[in-house]
Write a protein that binds this ligand. Sequence first.
Ligand SMILES: CCCCCCCC/C=C\CCCCCCCC(=O)SCCNC(=O)CCNC(=O)[C@H](O)C(C)(C)COP(=O)(O)OP(=O)(O)OC[C@H]1O[C@@H](n2cnc3c(N)ncnc32)[C@H](O)[C@@H]1OP(=O)(O)O
Length: 178
Amino acid sequence: MIESLRLLHDRITGAAPPPELLKEMTRAFEDLAVELGLYAVSEREQITGHRIDLPGRGQALVPVFTVDESDDEHVRGSVRFGRYYLGGNGAAHGGAIPLVFDEMLGRLANAGGRPISRTAYLRVDYRSITPLDRDLRAEAWFDREEGRKRFLRGAIFDGETRCAEAEGLFVALNPGQP
Ligand SMILES: CCCCCCCC/C=C\CCCCCCCC(=O)SCCNC(=O)CCNC(=O)[C@H](O)C(C)(C)COP(=O)(O)OP(=O)(O)OC[C@H]1O[C@@H](n2cnc3c(N)ncnc32)[C@H](O)[C@@H]1OP(=O)(O)O
């Protein structure tokens, strides 16, 4: 379902259907929303975002980061920004790129049985445009750890071109901290 939703996001962004079809589709979306509303659950019970076995954890917010290899200190994989993430002129939106870094760095920060941490800051440097519809190489790694503070870094490449890089601080939560 989430795969279909991602495709739909891309197609909606890239289409200009005639007004009659737009009306028809809008009604169909509204009907779906009403039907899904009948099955609303709490955050704990929801499926999206909680299925670590599914691409993108089964959520449609963040472009899917596919892991090729990983250990407790590094992760290497690929990411592809579809049309939905267009900023302008073929380049990914500057807000979509930190989404991917937060996901990659955040997942790594919490990997290896470490206690859950939250992002305290995320700094992103945009080195070159990040093109849409291309498989980009993405990497994240642990820089250092100081008590509850975990400093991680990451980068996204298009071939040899460094598109963007990030540094994040993740702070391990104290017991009972939301
Ligand atoms: C995580 C969810 C898990 C869900 C599980 C689903 C299963 C899937 C598994 C995995 C997928 C995960 C993939 C996604 C990951 C995404 C993660 C996010 O995006 S989290 C949302 C955005 N972040 C917030 O909402 C934080 C809001 N802020 C806070 O809650 C607090 O400020 C927090 C926890 C960051 C720190 O607060 P304090 O009260 O616990 O601790 P203090 O004493 O303030 O800081 C501790 C140390 O850190 C430094 N520090 C804190 N913030 C700093 C900052 N912004 N810059 C520099 N230093 C900072 C402080 O100076 C202090 O350092 P000194 O010990 O004195 O050396």
